[in-house]
Design a protein around this ligand. Structure first.
Ligand code: SF4
Length: 654
């Protein structure tokens, strides 16, 4: 941190009232003023700033004066609960000098107290539908309590909306009084300055529709902050996509038999048979013509009017759900799911921004099954309705470069979007970024000899790093090959390895154990780029001194990836491969590289174990704070050791 009486003076007067700290970090002033000026001009802003800059408090300090002046609401969209809590923590500091309120909102699955949802539902959409059913039938006591005990309920509402409140705090207050925390939060949002929430509330059309009714303001009066905005294109595509497995169709058949719907049972049986026939001609995955499935259903399942029949499935599912609820059972209907999916299939069948895929997959029990997927190829389907309606959008992240490409993919309007990458606040000597020549995970060079050489380099890094090392590979295949090449024996520190299909709890435990070695001589965490441990977790201090990025994590060139590249090529001639293949890979690598450097005090070594990172082509897609000091090492034993000894100030020969 620099001081900063001088830097402080550079902030706009109105912002100074809200910025709660006595010092402004390097580059933080530029970050704040860029946002403030964009808002004053009613523009959007796309800002890259590395970790340690203090982006959350910077965005809040810039947005709040404008929001207060114009009667706007700030929606702060972020991916994790931890990030939502961070917003409330910063608001708490701001509230010591200015009158501000805010809440962090979690989904029903996390805030609900009703066992019908807490014990059976992990899916947000299902939770919403079940909750609405329960409420309409007056079968949720937590919901009903607000009328039975309205004075106390109103007191709590008033309190929650008058100061910054975390979702976990609201849950505790409501548990004690038997009120629904989700309902309290939903009504409190109308009177709070800032709502920290997941992307879903803003970008999922159905969820947004319900949420906006409670906000009491249209999108035109919303300043939207999108934190970790590099995630947005992927999230948008996930929102607009859908999947139907053979398992669900099989369950729909059983449900139809149970509820005495022979017409639906017969349809489900034939639908299953059609899919199995198609799967028999499928190796792993293939694109299919959406029309061919509809035609097969018309012909073999004897459906005259598909739209009419799919709507009937949907309707029959709704009736079954209500019947289940009346019997006090979990109101899930597989027929409803099938109807919903087929209606979407019909709706997207002539839309070139969707690919329709049939694929074979392994179930959790290890058996082979199949699924149909509707894959959205264009994030703009989801982002444009939001970006074009809000007062301003502020997209921030540590890995957005190249900003112009991001703006094009998400369709932020170029004429009203300010793009800026602010310099890293880290002193240069805190980051060592190296690329090793002579190693790569490029397909044609994946030999046993190559993996042995990589293991040697990893062992060298582990040996010359004071404590913990993260090693993140391009894929699980590469990870396994490193283990096969003797990684565990070569590295003289305990190795904790991720594996495919690990649950989030198992992953948290693994990461926790690895972190505990920070004080005990260090360990090695072996994972994949784009995984939980390389994107969702932070490793400040000695929890990760060095990180190794093993290979460029290009996706397998599957039919869906090829469809994505072709689609982008049609929309952005000459950029299809870059937008659909290269950028997502480099984004994963950049996120991984940033793991050890979270606070300004951290020092971290980033070692890219693939010569391709040194090429101008890849380098242009890395964030400035990495690429500016990137050093290429010769293909020699000991080259990394020399650099690490200097960087960490090691004197012993080890
Ligand atoms: S009203 Fe609240 S407690 Fe009841 S089901 Fe809905 S979210 Fe759960």
């Amino acid at each position: 941190m620099t001081s900063t009486g001088a830097a402080m003076l550079e902030l706009h007067e109105r912002v100074k009232e809200y910025f709660p700290y006595s010092t402004v970090r390097p580059s933080q002033g530029e970050f704040i003023n860029t946002i403030y000026e964009a808002l004053e001009n009613r523009s959007h802003a796309l800002l890259e700033g590395s970790n340690g800059l203090g982006k959350t408090v910077a965005a809040l300090s810039a947005c709040l004066p404008v929001a207060k002046e114009h009667g706007l609401r700030v929606l702060y969209a972020a991916k994790t609960h931890r990030q939502h809590d961070r917003v409330i923590e910063e608001l708490n500091v701001i509230s010591k000098r200015m009158d501000v309120s805010g809440i962090s909102l979690r989904g029903r699955c996390n805030m609900c107290l009703n066992p019908l949802i807490t014990q059976h539902t992990k899916d947000a959409r299902a939770a919403m539908e079940i909750c609405e059913l329960l409420k309409s039938r007056e079968r949720c006591s937590y919901y009903m309590n607000r009328e039975r005990n309205s004075d106390r309920y109103n007191d709590i509402l008033l309190h929650v909306s008058s100061k910054p409140y975390k979702a976990s705090e609201i849950i505790e207050v409501c548990k004690a009084e038997n009120f629904c925390p989700y309902e309290v939060t939903k009504f409190a949002v109308e009177d709070t300055d800032v709502v920290a929430l997941s992307y879903m509330y803003v970008f999922h059309p159905t969820v947004r529709g319900a949420f906006m009714r409670h906000l009491g303001k249209p999108l035109s009066q919303v300043i939207l902050v999108v934190d970790e905005a590099h995630n947005l294109p992927n999230t948008a595509v996930e929102i607009a996509s859908d999947t139907l497995t053979l398992f669900v169709i099989r369950q729909a058949l059983r449900e139809a038999e149970t509820f005495n719907r022979p017409d639906i049972a017969a349809f489900s049986k034939r639908f299953q048979a059609i899919l199995k026939k198609m799967l028999a001609q499928t190796k792993k995955e293939r694109l299919i013509s959406p029309h061919s499935l509809i035609e097969a259903l018309e012909r073999e399942a004897e459906i005259d009017e598909p739209k009419f029949f799919f709507e009937e499935l949907h309707e029959a599912g709704t009736v079954i759900r209500q019947a289940l609820l009346t019997r006090g059972k979990h109101p899930r209907s597989y027929i409803h799911r099938v109807g919903e999916f087929l209606l979407k299939w019909l709706e997207t069948k002539d839309d070139p921004s969707y690919a329709h895929v049939l694929s074979i997959y392994l179930t959790r029990r290890g058996s082979v099954s199949g699924k149909l997927e509707i894959i959205a190829l264009d994030p703009a389907k989801i982002t444009v309705p939001v970006f074009s309606a809000v007062y301003s959008t502020i997209c921030i992240s540590g890995t957005l470069e190249p900003l112009a490409s991001y703006a094009r993919i998400t369709r932020l309007p170029p004429e009203t979007t300010v793009c800026r990458a602010v310099p890293s606040p880290f002193p240069r000597e805190h980051i060592l970024a190296l690329v090793c020549c002579g190693v790569t995970t490029a397909m044609q060079y994946r030999t046993a000899g190559m993996y042995r050489k990589m293991v040697k380099r990893i062992a060298e890094v582990a040996r010359y790093t004071p404590a913990n090392v993260g090693v993140f590979t391009a894929s699980y295949k590469v990870l396994q090959k490193l283990l096969d090449a003797g990684l565990k024996n070569a590295v003289k520190k305990p190795v904790f390895a991720e594996y495919r299909g690990m649950t989030s709890r198992e992953n948290d435990l693994l990461v926790g154990k690895f972190k505990s070695y920070a004080e005990r001589g260090g360990a090695v965490l072996l994972g994949v780029q784009g995984g939980r441990a390389s994107e969702g977790a932070d490793y400040p201090g000695d929890q990760m001194n060095s990180v190794m990025v093993v290979g460029v994590p290009y996706a397998e060139p599957t039919p869906r990836i090829e469809a994505q590249i072709r689609y982008y090529e049609r929309c952005f001639p000459g950029h299809g491969r870059q937008f659909g293949y290269v950028l997502p890979a480099l984004k994963k690598a950049s996120q991984t590289a940033g793991r050890p450097i979270r606070t300004l005090k951290d020092r971290g070594a980033i070692i890219f174990l693939d010569y391709r990172f040194a090429t101008n082509y890849c380098r242009q897609f890395l964030p400035l704070w990495i690429s500016r000091g990137l050093k290429t090492l010769p293909d020699e034993d000991g080259a990394i050791a020399q650099e690490l000894m200097l960087f960490y100030g090691l004197t012993d020969a080890r």
